[in-house]
Write a protein that binds this ligand. Sequence first.
Ligand code: S3P
Length: 167
Amino acid sequence: MKTSHLVLVGMMAAGKTTVARLAGERLGRRVFDSDEMIEQRTGRTVRDIFEEDGEPAFRALETEVLNTALNADEPAVIAAAGGVVLSAENRATLQGSTAWVVWLCADPAILLERVRSGDHRPLLDGDPAGTLQRMFRDREALYREVADEVVMVDSLSVDEVVEAVLS
Ligand code: S3P
């Protein structure tokens, strides 16, 4: 963890994966996405891991891949999935690292419009609106705790978010 990685945190569908990919292109850096890393490492989908092994097993994998990404030799861009901040260990790791952590902060109502795409969010299966509201309430302080910078994404285009993150 000697290099200054750029880490994007925030709720599901805040744009972390897309913004990380574009920021990585602009910076000429490798891009890590924690969900993708877990799927590559296990050969299974996020949904399958949640459903077959349970959330704690998924969270343990999440901690492993976060550490792998942060230990990359070259400065990278890391899209850390929404739940990474739930672990005190992960929060301490992020705070203790030299990484620059940006929270992509979005209103849960805006997130609701976006979460319909993708199949890797089993936690939203039942009541996405209520769950997103509750998650935001529960996690807001945790994102704030690890963030060096906050970008309010609600009224920004993807390109504007990338600009804000890079500036
Ligand atoms: C989760 C976020 C998801 C995925 C899983 C749990 C969460 O990733 O890891 O469904 O608890 O916030 P994204 O943040 O990339 O959607």
